[in-house]
Design a protein around this ligand. Structure first.
Ligand code: PTT
Ligand code: SF4
Length: 614
């Protein structure tokens, strides 16, 4: 095989054994890599209903056929597992030198099973693999862990690590790399913690086999030059994702006070323009010439890397208006290994619960000291932090009252930073995201606000599916950062050319979208198999706050979503995907995607519709 190494490293932590598994071109062409491989492995090899934090669970680190070859923005990998937060499929995508080194060590993915006898880290140097005692690192923050491991193994190794939140099995703990790259929102850090793996350290020195080395070199140079020519390049380098604060405020979609409103009176104090003035340095992922990690000194004089999601969720969503204080919470999240999006939701939820008298603690909007204490309590699962560490869905089940209506999650994963009272297309994108409410699969909101935001039109369904195919399927399985395309308009046509040079195969965009559809139906099958008869289409519906409590501020004052109309969008979405009215892929759809055996297996758990006509 060219382009793919054709090998997966298997780590059996309970037995302290490793094995190299070869796989064939059929798997490569059907699932490509990254999310595709993760979904296939988790479907084939996990028992439905298993505890996500038990030794039965699997932890997948998956690269793609572009990783490690120096193509634009290809220094990323997918981390995936059954999620302890949602009990469904969970993954995340982070930039790390570890991605490059896994490929150069000769593997396309690393899969860990079982539980190590004691806290350990895994050291991979080409095909030499060691499981090393990490008792001295257990309890240490991710920045310090990475520094210590670099001292031991050299500056140039790739490192993925968890912080205290992952060790303490917080349901939305993540895996961190390079002091600011974080991946695995649905608690993939907790899965790593449950396996007692503090870190993976990897160094690869091998050549990745490619079909046409000259073409790879040429395309690489040409495509990087092309990125530099894009008109938005200079502004992107100045502000990265942070200018979205101003954009969201102008368009009334900036999550404010636990998603009650879409504008924040202090937006100017937390936006891209102010960040630019405070910027100390920039960081980024490997193989990227448009790096976007903007770093400022926080209120405690430490460096903190800001992105839009972090600032919106730990700023406007909790009523906090000091960028340097927000940066402290953000840095704590990185050091503890906590997802900032779920964290901002959890804090917003707690403040609202306090306001409504559902908890005894008195916490108010914008109280930095209280927020800081909550972050720490969540990481160590103390007091109120224990409740919040389980995510807003479980917290609402425990608190009762009407809190389930304003626990801002879908399928258990907290909503990322786009307020949707007046944007039904984005609400549908959140509703149908394959991991719960994440924007990464279909960020249709900027298109939607320009083309008739409040309508429930079929074009919105088409756009959600189009974006899911590109973003959630293609980029997540290639694995490459989507931002050159999203932010600079770097053309999609480059990617089939990259694939041809590396693999030799002629794979056009339609082929990539078919792979994407296969992955979506497979992930949907995973969820349905886990939930069985409890699966309902309501799991694809946003929280009731957006349907029942209209906005009270700004241009869209009075707006709210309408459930019946949302349902009609969902029906159309299912129909176009070939899923039935419950949102379950039909037998014919799965057969057309080459998922015949998945259909037969799923039939054991729910009655399958023969076709999706209804
Ligand atoms: C991603 C999610 C995002 S999406 C952000 S900011 W964003 C938050 N970042 C966090 C963080 O930082 N620290 C922390 N403790 N928790 C965080 N949680 C949130 O996690 C990130 C960039 C960004 S910045 C985005 S949009 C793009 N995401 C991509 C993606 O998902 N796929 C892909 N093929 N390319 C992408 N490119 C961009 O990558 P999750 P990163 Mg992240 C400090 O992982 O779980 O998917 O959640 O990966 O290397 O940090 O790059 O405005
Ligand atoms: Fe990483 Fe940003 Fe570059 Fe994407 S654009 S690869 S997120 S640094």
């Amino acid at each position: 095989m060219k382009g793919w190494n054709g090998k997966i490293l298997r780590l059996d932590l309970s037995r302290a054994k490793t094995e190299v598994q070869a796989y064939g071109v059929d798997m490569a062409l059907a699932f490509l890599g990254g999310r595709g491989y993760a979904a296939k492995i988790l479907w084939d090899e996990t028992r439905p209903g298993m505890n996500a934090l038990s030794q039965e669970s699997l932890l997948v680190f998956a690269t793609g056929p572009l990783t490690g070859l120096g193509f634009p923005n290809s220094g990323k990998l997918v981390v995936a597992a059954k999620s302890p937060l949602t009990c469904g499929y969970g993954d995340g995508n982070l930039g790390s030198l570890a991605a490059v080194h896994i490929r150069k060590a000769g593997f396309d993915a690393v899969v860990a099973s079982g539980v190590a006898k004691k806290p350990s880290y895994v050291l991979i140097i080409d095909d030499a693999v060691e499981i090393i005692d990490a008792e001295d690192l257990w309890g240490v923050g991710t920045f310090e862990t990475e520094r210590k491991l670099r001292e031991r193994h050299g500056r140039n190794v790739g490192i993925l690590s968890i912080g205290p939140a992952g060790e303490n099995l917080v349901s939305y703990s993540t895996i961190i790399s390079q002091e600011g790259r974080s991946g695995g929102r649905p608690g993939i850090g907790a899965v790593m913690g449950s396996k007692k793996i503090k870190a993976v350290v990897v160094k690869g020195t091998r050549e990745i086999p490619v079909a046409n080395g000259e073409a790879v070199k040429h395309l690489r140079a040409e495509s990087f030059r092309e990125i530099l020519k894009k008109p938005n390049y200079a502004f992107w380098r100045r502000q990265g994702t942070m200018s979205t604060i101003e954009w969201s405020q102008q368009n009334s979609v900036l999550p404010t006070l636990n998603f009650r409103e879409g504008i924040f009176e202090h937006a100017d104090e937390i936006g891209g323009a102010l960040m630019e003035k405070q910027k100390a340095t920039q960081r980024g992922c490997p193989d990227c010439n448009m790096i976007c990690g903007n770093v400022i000194y926080d209120a405690e004089e430490s460096l903190s890397e800001l992105d839009y999601e972090n600032v919106a969720m730990l700023g406007s969503n909790i009523g906090l208006s000091d960028l340097k204080q927000i940066a402290v919470l953000n840095r704590m999240a990185d050091e503890f290994g906590l997802d900032t999006i779920s964290l901002g939701n959890a804090i917003g939820f707690a403040i609202e619960a306090s306001e409504k008298g559902l908890i005894k603690e008195k916490i108010t909007w914008g109280d930095f000291g209280a927020a800081k204490a909550i972050v720490e309590d969540i990481a160590y699962r103390r007091g109120l932090g224990e409740l919040l560490s389980r995510g807003t869905k479980i917290a609402a089940e425990r608190l009762g009252g009407d809190s389930w209506k304003w626990a801002m999650n879908i399928k258990g994963l907290e909503i990322s930073a786009y307020e949707c009272h007046s944007t039904p297309g984005m609400a549908l994108a959140f509703g149908t995201s394959p991991i719960g409410a994440h924007h990464k699969d279909a960020w249709v909101i900027s298109w939607e606000v320009s083309f008739g935001r409040e309508g429930y039109t079929p074009e919105k369904v088409d756009k959600v599916i189009e974006f899911q195919r590109i973003r959630g399927g293609m980029f997540e399985s290639l694995v490459a950062c989507r931002l050159p395309w999203v932010e600079l308009g770097f053309e999609l046509d480059w990617y089939p050319k990259f694939l041809k040079a590396t693999t030799g195969a002629s794979i056009n965009l339609d082929d990539l979208f078919k792979v994407s559809d296969r992955i979506y139906s497979l992930i949907r099958a995973f969820w349905v198999r886990e939930y069985g008869s409890n699966w309902t289409r309501r799991m694809d519906t946003p929280p009731l706050r957006w349907f029942e409590e209209p906005l009270t501020l700004g241009r869209y004052k009075g707006s709210k979503l309408e459930l019946q109309k949302y349902d009609s969008l969902l029906d159309l979405y299912y129909k176009k995907r070939g899923w039935d009215a419950r949102g379950i892929p039909s037998r014919v759809t799965m057969e057309n995607l080459g998922l015949d055996s998945v259909a037969s297996e799923l039939q054991k758990y729910v009655e399958l519709s023969p076709s999706a006509s209804y």
